[in-house]
Ligand binder design. Sequence first.
Ligand SMILES: Cc1cc2nc3c(=O)[nH]c(=O)nc-3n(C[C@H](O)[C@H](O)[C@H](O)COP(=O)(O)O)c2cc1C
Ligand code: SF4
Ligand code: SF4
Length: 274
Amino acid sequence: MPNIIVNTELCNRCNTCASICLMHIIKPAQEESYPSIDSRNENNCLLCGHCEAFCPQQALVLDYLTEEKQLYQEEESIIAPHHLALYMQKRRSIRYFKPESVAKETITGILEIARYAPTGGNSQTVQWLVIHDPKEVRRISGLTVEWMRSIKDTPHPLANYVPNIIKDWENGLDPICRNAPHLVFAHIPTGDFIDDRTDAIIAITHFDIAAPAFGVGACWAGFIQMAIDSYEPLMAALDLPPKRSVGFGLFFGYPELETKAIPRRNPLEVVWRT
Ligand SMILES: Cc1cc2nc3c(=O)[nH]c(=O)nc-3n(C[C@H](O)[C@H](O)[C@H](O)COP(=O)(O)O)c2cc1C
Ligand code: SF4
Ligand code: SF4
């Protein structure tokens, strides 16, 4: 496990690093020493990087993927609240797509942002499956419709809803992925650990929010998710690595239509306890 490297020329022994470490493994600097991690405690490091990120002197480097360290100018990272509000409020679920493909480099650019989504205990167990081939996307839609046929005459809560979807599919439409050229799934270790599923949904949310900055539009693939959870042939078609399960997915591509206004939502409801 990594340790910390402290530049003694820059360190002013403020001990921010020791106080901020969630795991309390950084021994504070004393008059004659600098902060350090006892090698016996290295295994408790979460790799969260807070010691490095919050060091006011930038005197500390976590000895982990050091070649990927990024510095930035503060002014480059500031977004005015009204710009952020507009950016996020004008994001829409996209259901009409241009047929053109989104380049793998562009998708990677979005995923490079999404991989910074927070994870419980910094576990970073989320991995990705991108279905880039539109024919495969259509196959996944078809399997979801097959699952819908299997619940049509059952007490399933969607049973009354599915006949119209099935009819659309039979008429050559794609009511599941809306003819989007691509699908992305965040997948997680199989099991009931609530944090893993939550991590996947947060990661997918990051993708959904980052995508419009690349000109890409997405929509949450809720029908597919419902089918995946109970329809083995669909899970088999996704062919995830062993012991991995889908957390959630989005279909995406370049939007065919532009939004021109922000729709209304329910008013904010907050209980303030002061
Ligand atoms: C968990 C979840 C599942 C969804 N599943 C679908 C879906 O299967 N198909 C679809 O067209 N839209 C789906 N949506 C999109 C919602 O209908 C959409 O977010 C909502 O109508 C509000 O529109 P907006 O996202 O443009 O604000 C889903 C959204 C969420 C959050
Ligand atoms: S936060 Fe930085 S400057 Fe302060 S003690 Fe730690 S390494 Fe030194
Ligand atoms: S990376 Fe996180 S857990 Fe590890 S030493 Fe730094 S602050 Fe502590």
